[in-house]
Ligand binder design. Sequence first.
Ligand code: PMV
Length: 361
Amino acid sequence: MRARKATVAAPSNIAFVKYWGARDVERGIPSNRSISMTLSRCESICTVEFRAGEAAVPGDEVLIASERGSLDPAPRGFASPVLAHLERVRSWAGVTGPFRVATRNTFPSAAGLASSASGFAALSLAAARAAGRQPTPVELSDLARRSGSGSAARSAFGGYVEWPARDPGRDPVGAGGVPVPDEADGAGSGAEPSFPAMRLASHEHWDLRDLIAIVEASPKEVSSREGHRRVLTSPYFETRLGLLPTRLAEVRAAIHERDFDRLRPVLEAEAVDLHFLAMSARPPFHYWTPGTVEVVEAVRSLRAAGVPAAWTMDAGPNVHVICPPEAETEVAGRLESLTSVRTLIEDRVGPGPRTDPEPLF
Ligand code: PMV
């Protein structure tokens, strides 16, 4: 028996233009393109051991590592999607044999932050490497989104990332029309389509900070997976899709030019629309809390005082405040003074997955 082990860390990301609404949520096929910034401090660490040649079933083991180093069997709800994804990695790598997986997040587990993007990017890369394959970032991205967590496709790259990748020849910057590769590209045919992300710019191109204000730590009532299905019922879903070519072009240009004033309005409009579509879906769902409003108001008053800061959110009540480095101290001080902010995570744009962390076992 040959046992091979790999450990990786993959970062989370925050979307500037949101992936919200799926054409096929189980296969990670979105209704629209999205653009995100890869984070640095919020990571999932994953160690995978692969025993080549052994029967695949039963045998996969999924463990959660604590900060102190103990390993505990993952609860069923956590383990099931991991086991399903290990099957995809085996088939992608063309191997048989069981995996042993341990994982932990570097951000506080009580923070209520979704970790599926970092988690599935880390799992895909560690399992592929343990199985003896070295996926390119493009291969990793496509493998990670097959987990059904589309945002994991963006965590395969550092810096600023667009998903799905564009073919500039067919889809020039700012063009309207169909926002993702259409059925002709394979999404509706028997062949499994490929939808990797692409890097728009490196983390060194533009240093932006993300101050994550945690106002609520409990698990959300409606998962993003369910959200992707439900927002299709909003009467405003198509309206937002129609606005996206312009928004995507604005964000690409803002990143290219490092223009915060150009980025800010789109960032906030996208956050509003994510929640607007949720609230207008049938049945509706809500993520905002009074704490969310307190943080958003604080950002608005900072800006009125001339401090560059913009807010955005994921499918949850916590608020990501994006700002340039020179505004970080002032923004962080204000956020920390708010009664509803339980924890403030000070993160920044980062370089993407790394293969050098300490193994978890
Ligand atoms: O990757 P998923 O399926 O967890 O979807 C994430 C969706 C949002 O976080 C709400 C937006 C985004 O683009 O990250």
